[in-house]
Design a protein around this ligand. Sequence first.
Ligand SMILES: Nc1ncnc2c1ncn2[C@@H]1O[C@H](COP(=O)(O)OP(=O)(O)O)[C@@H](O)[C@H]1O
Ligand SMILES: [Mg+2]
Length: 339
Amino acid sequence: MTRESVVGLQANGDDERVLRTLRPRNLDEYIGQKALVENLAIAIQAAKERGEALDHLLFHGPPGLGKTTLAHVIALEMGTEIITSSGPALERSADLVGILTNMQEGSILFIDEIHRLPKVVEEYLYPAMEEFGIDFVLDPGPHARTVRLELDRFTVVGATTRAGLITGPLRDRFGLSMHLEFYSLDELVKIVERSARILELKVTAEAAECIAMRSRGTPRIANRLLRRVRDYAQVQRKDCIDEDAAVETMDMHGVDEAGLDRLDRRYLEVIIRQYGGGPVGVAAIAATLNEEQDTLIDVVEPYLLSSGFLNRTRRGRVATPKACRHTGLQASGQGALDL
Ligand SMILES: Nc1ncnc2c1ncn2[C@@H]1O[C@H](COP(=O)(O)OP(=O)(O)O)[C@@H](O)[C@H]1O
Ligand SMILES: [Mg+2]
């Protein structure tokens, strides 16, 4: 996934280090996602009381909302070790088998981007998750026999931006499946204030709200914007981050009051200008923008949909009247009205 901008969602080296210090460590520090956190707290307490491994758990939702954070929080709350991997990293079944045979009782295997697990690897995961065993075929040929290797009981925590791409059999093996929602303004303000405390920054209430408002409902973006504003305030020799510094920084980085960045706006502009407001297929939009379709589906569209700039119909994507007002463009086609 490529996306070069301040609201870009892939982590780079420096970011990764800072983000880790900002990451909530336990459920008490985890802000928002109230219903999800309540359900999770119950599952954790129940498993602990029974002295059992937690049920396998799947988190789905757009990037930057706290899926990886939750996996680590669970390990800490359960008092177990966590081994982290990802769908694309588990290329061969031997990679997975190597990890599984080293899992200890109750430990957590976090598989990020689990929708990208190769099929052959996924098939080894089924019996491992369901029966805590792996079957090996020895002496292939006429005398083939299968040997079962028993595993300790462990917990798979899967994360995906695309629940729809998870195969039925894999989905069925998760006892709990939880969706992460975009964060409210209040929650994002709390996240900005918490991060400012950790980074020892002074931020006015107005500046915190400005950053929160422009972070696309996403904690990762809130933290990233805060750090860009910190740079700006430092260079301007301000010892407190105020609203002016926040607004200036956002403008410089092309993030508008609705939190939309350049790619978000270009996306809406393409639908309105080139396709009369829609409906238009995402493949056509991706081709016109010269962007990867996956980036549009995973990163751009979820927020535009949830904030009312975009509708998804059976015939394709449609820019809403709100999108027309926001971009100052007029849709020529039926799309914007024909919902
Ligand atoms: N509920 C939360 N409260 C506070 N900060 C959060 C929360 N969720 C995520 N963050 C921050 O956002 C960053 C990105 O979260 P992450 O778990 O990496 O998202 P995902 O795995 O869903 O892409 C984390 O480093 C953390 O600082
Ligand atoms: Mg993650």
